[in-house]
Ligand binder design. Structure first.
Ligand code: EPU
Length: 338
């Protein structure tokens, strides 16, 4: 077998916060067959199991008393090429942005707005990653998994994945029960662009028909100005989800504040950027121990200087409390605490 197995292993390079906790055991596998046999062995030992991707949405709060599994299933194959769309099947261990780069290079539309998001293909389908008006659930056809309890493969159609804002069946109802091994994406071979979001509107004005590649380039440029590079400053991207409030609550805010930023979700619900709420509470650039609120985007908490998990957990809960006190709005972490 080709899998890698380590004991008392530091997870520092497996979480983008750069938190230095240890896992009792860490196993990286290359194929579905390897995964199935590893699961069989671990079941017999009764070990606690956690599958991770690039660790870009995790906050390890302490050493992990069990086995961390990591997919190194690496392939990208074209399942079909029609006149207007292609189906591409991708291994869960492929770096998400490598996939986006390949699609943009071929000028296939669908993943370009999601360029440069850290993480891997498997996690994209669990987290329903989203950016600039697109969520990955909208380009997923099916998700190939293995059930942890039995080692049985199961394919979920996108319609079964219960995709919502940063949410899926794998994060929710079936949390911890299935491991994603591959994802089949559906992309368009003809331009299908989403340029409604903020700074991407400028691109629409500038270019008549931007290609997948030019949109990708623009998205990367925007992300570079707003989001810290994980290799330079540890973070997990947005720490909180943007809260959705009733229309009435939004109206109350407008009576008190000028130009409240918002996105209309439905007739009677409005999404308010948590970044704005946090900034209004005066948190931008503030520190707590080694953790800090990123000065360019206060939705992001960063590991500024050897932050402990407790620094980050405490800072997050102080922020939640002050948003609650000032606005009576609850903001919830997007990041998974382990
Ligand atoms: N804002 C402020 N102050 C700031 C920054 C932003 O008030 O310092 C307000 C502005 O009104 C701005 C609004 O917040 O218009 C939205 O900011 P931004 O465009 O940066 O997006 P976001 O809502 O904060 C979400 C996603 C990001 C994604 C961007 C772009 C969530 C939790 N986050 O952030 O996703 O990249 O939109 O689509 O939905 C991630 O999930 O890790 C992530 C980075």
């Amino acid at each position: 077998m080709a899998f890698i197995q380590k004991h008392q292993y530091s997870l520092r390079n497996h979480n983008t916060f750069g938190i230095d906790v240890r896992a009792e055991q860490f196993i990286s596998y290359d194929t579905v067959e390897e995964l199935v046999s590893i699961l069989q062995e671990l079941r017999a030992q009764g070990k606690r199991i956690l599958q991770i991707g690039g660790g870009s949405n995790l906050l390890f709060t302490k050493d992990f008393p069990g086995v961390i599994l990591h997919s190194n299933i690496q392939f990208l194959e074209y399942v079909s090429r029609g006149s207007t769309e292609i189906l591409v099947r991708v291994g869960s261990g492929v770096v998400w942005d490598d996939f986006c780069a390949e699609m943009a290079r071929k000028n296939y539309y669908g993943s370009e707005n999601l360029s440069y998001i850290p993480g891997e293909v498997g996690a994209s389908a669990v987290q329903n990653i989203g950016a600039y008006g697109v969520e990955v659930g909208s380009i997923i056809k099916e998700v190939e998994t293995v059930e942890i309890a039995t080692g049985t493969p199961r394919v979920f159609q996108a319609s079964e994945c219960e995709y919502g804002y940063r949410d899926s069946i794998f994060k929710n109802r079936l949390r911890g029960q299935y491991i994603v091994t591959a994802v089949v994406y559906r992309l368009s071979t003809i331009p299908q662009v989403h340029l409604e979001y903020g700074q991407l509107k400028d691109l629409r004005a500038k270019e008549e028909t931007p290609t997948a590649q030019t949109i990708r380039d623009a998205v990367i440029a925007i992300r570079r100005t707003k989001l810290p590079e994980p290799c330079e400053l540890g973070s997990a991207g947005s720490f909180f989800k943007n809260p959705v409030v009733p229309l009435e609550k939004y109206r109350q805010l407008c009576a008190e504040y000028k130009d409240v930023p918002h996105y209309v979700v439905s007739e009677d619900s409005i999404k308010i950027p948590a970044a704005w709420l946090i900034e209004q509470c005066g948190w931008k650039g503030k520190t707590h121990g080694g953790a800090a609120v990123y000065e360019k985007q206060p939705l992001i908490l960063v590991n500024q200087h050897h932050a402990t998990p407790q620094d980050i957990v405490e800072l997050a809960s102080l922020i939640q409390q002050s948003v609650q006190d000032k606005f009576q709005i609850q903001i919830l972490p997007e990041v998974n605490y382990i």
